[in-house]
Write a protein that binds this ligand. Structure first.
Ligand code: C2E
Ligand code: SIN
Ligand code: SIN
Ligand code: SIN
Ligand code: FE
Ligand code: FE
Length: 532
């Protein structure tokens, strides 16, 4: 077959049916043509003039050398297909470009078709395999029809790969978010991951939005509805009111769904309605780049059903954690009651711990865990005989040895559980009597070898023990307490924590005020604090 006939075929490519005028215009598939011969660009564009795949046409990008192509690939990471000439500015310009795409840019999504004008320039078979080249064609064999089907197949494979990739990223997001759900308020980021995944599953565009509202708001007015998650063009609207980010048409659809309490499908838009629990209604709006089918609708509903199960689980988990917290408190209170310390001691220690943890910049989750676990710091006192625990005066040496064992005892008992809160409790129990200078007990740990929970626990416990009454001591004044902390800075206590307490004395005293043991005692201390 002759070269020229092939060219004729390309030049007089048959007219393809026009895109129906009713069809909305969507983002085009970006196709990069790399060839040093301008005529190849013209011919390619002509042959694919009316091309369409999955409701989207082609947008061409033109490069006349390998270097130009690199610049375009950098600027357009979403190029779907590159048609690459092998020989350009030098013999291997095309192959170098391919290597650059896969190895340097690490772009494994873009589909690559190599075209060469010179038969015999075919790359090694392993190049085609290793660089994931979709097709290798000699220009002479690439008729309009063959080009059309090559591009079609490549775009289909790009679409599926891109969806898989988006799906993987969505899943990663979900997994990360699931790990981060410590409080229900983090659910927004979980739902965001779910949305991304759904969008990818359906080959939808990137525009979707998730609205949250409660029943009261819906019946009265729109302004109690808030966006809790969003993707694509709606991204960045979390926390806003829908009328700030939705157009009038979408807003009306959302209102209609809330009125009818039923999901709706309108061409390219699906608006899902969910009632995850009484008193709460959720709306999911999905804007697609193509008309949605009832199959899509079923898939979306199935998907969101799974999401609401995950949501229920998160609620349940929150409830379980709440119950755990209550149990930890009750346990802590039982310990303190047994030690004849008043019940509020554990609550206050928990509060100081959280204040200090937040103050020195631990994460919110760490601060919460420490807060929850703090009441367990003296768990080991359960094993200390009454006559020692309740001795009105000073302990003798033997009694003191037994008393000190409460730290190791508590740690041993609590570390049997793998639960995060009880693990934190074990650290606190085992380390709250360690000293910064290494002379504490039970292990004589020093400085930062003492877990930050242990260091904070020590400051909190001693602050409260000094402020309170014990069988063996009277309450101290706030001046005396602060003088003691100054004296023990860098000795008993982590100096950084002492500095925080010194700078935030009123917050510490505020805890005594909020959880008093006995009104007169606290009044005395607060009074003292106010007059200084
Ligand atoms: P606790 O009463 O909860 O006291 C916790 C920590 O606060 C003490 O840990 C100590 O670091 C500090 N603290 C409490 N009162 C004073 C005080 O009057 N002066 C100073 N400088 N620090 C004080 P520590 O010393 O390791 O004691 C652990 C636990 O052993 C105490 O817990 C308490 O239950 C018991 N304990 C300690 N000393 C005596 C005592 O003299 N008599 C009796 N009956 N029990 C004692
Ligand atoms: C596409 O159809 O645009 C690729 C799939 C995706 O990224 O969602
Ligand atoms: C939520 O309620 O926030 C998500 C679960 C659902 O889709 O109903
Ligand atoms: C639990 O122990 O199950 C709750 C604590 C946590 O894992 O965050
Ligand atoms: Fe203790
Ligand atoms: Fe204590």
């Amino acid at each position: 077959m002759s070269n020229s006939r092939q060219h004729d075929d390309l030049l007089f490519a048959p007219e393809l049916t026009d895109v129906p005028a009713s069809q909305p215009v969507h983002a085009a598939w970006k196709v990069l043509v790399v060839d040093d011969e301008p005529s190849v660009h013209e011919i390619t564009a002509l042959a694919l003039k009316n091309f369409e795949f999955d409701g989207r046409q082609i947008g061409f990008l033109h490069a006349y050398s390998g270097m130009e192509a690199r610049a375009l690939l950098d600027a357009h990471p979403d190029i779907a297909l590159a048609l690459v000439d092998v020989v350009m500015e030098h013999e291997h310009a095309g192959l170098d470009l391919v290597r650059h795409i896969r190895e340097t840019l690490k772009n494994h999504l873009v589909r690559i078709v190599l075209r060469t004008g010179q038969p015999g320039q075919a790359p090694e078979r392993n190049v085609i395999r290793d660089y994931d080249i979709n097709d290798y064609k000699e220009k002479v064999e690439l008729t309009a029809q063959k080009l059309y089907s090559t591009v079609f197949t490549s775009l289909r494979s790009y679409r599926d790969l891109a969806a898989l990739d988006a799906n993987r990223r969505g899943l990663e997001h979900v997994i990360r978010a699931s790990g981060a759900i410590f409080r229900i308020s983090d659910l927004g980021s979980f739902i965001n991951g779910v949305l991304e995944q759904m969008v990818a599953l359906l080959y939808l565009g990137k525009n979707s939005i998730y609205l949250e509202c409660d029943t009261v708001a819906v019946e009265n007015q729109m302004n109690r509805i808030a966006v809790v998650a969003s993707t694509g063009c709606y991204a960045g609207h979390v926390g806003k009111n829908p009328d700030e980010c939705l157009d009038a048409e979408c807003l009306e659809l959302v209102r209609e769904v809330l009125r009818n309490k039923r999901s709706m499908l309108r061409k390219n838009t699906y608006i899902g309605y969910f009632q995850p629990r009484p008193g709460r209604e959720d709306v999911v709006l999905v804007n697609s780049t193509r008309a949605l089918t009832t199959d899509d609708e079923k898939l979306i509903e199935l998907f969101l059903h799974n999401v609401s199960i995950a949501y229920e689980n998160a609620l349940l988990r929150d409830d379980i954690e709440g119950t755990q917290r209550d149990m930890v408190y009750m346990l802590g209170e039982a310990i303190e009651t047994r030690s004849h310390e008043t019940g509020q001691h554990v609550r206050r220690v928990a509060e100081y711990c959280r204040l200090i943890a937040r103050g020195i910049g631990l994460s919110e989750r760490e601060a919460e865990i420490l807060h929850t676990a703090a009441p367990l710091h003296d768990f080991g006192k359960i094993g200390i005989p009454d006559h020692i625990l309740h001795k009105p005066g000073k302990l003798n040496e033997e009694e003191w040895t037994i008393m000190k064992s409460h730290a190791r005892l508590g740690e041993e008992m609590l570390s049997r559980s793998g639960r995060e809160i009880l693990q934190a409790g074990a650290i606190l129990a085992g380390q709250h009597h360690e000293r910064w200078d290494g002379t504490g007990y039970p292990k004589g740990l020093k400085g930062e070898d003492i877990h930050i929970f242990g260091r904070i626990g020590s400051v909190a416990d001693v602050f409260d023990a000094l402020a309170g009454r014990r069988s063996y001591k009277e309450p101290w004044s706030i001046e005396r307490i602060m003088a003691y902390f100054e004296q023990e800075k860098g000795k008993q206590f982590d100096p950084r924590l002492v500095e925080w307490v010194q700078a935030n004395q009123s917050a510490m005293v505020g805890v005594l005020w909020a959880f008093p043991d006995d009104a007169t005692l606290v009044q005395t201390i607060v009074q003292q604090a106010l007059t200084h």
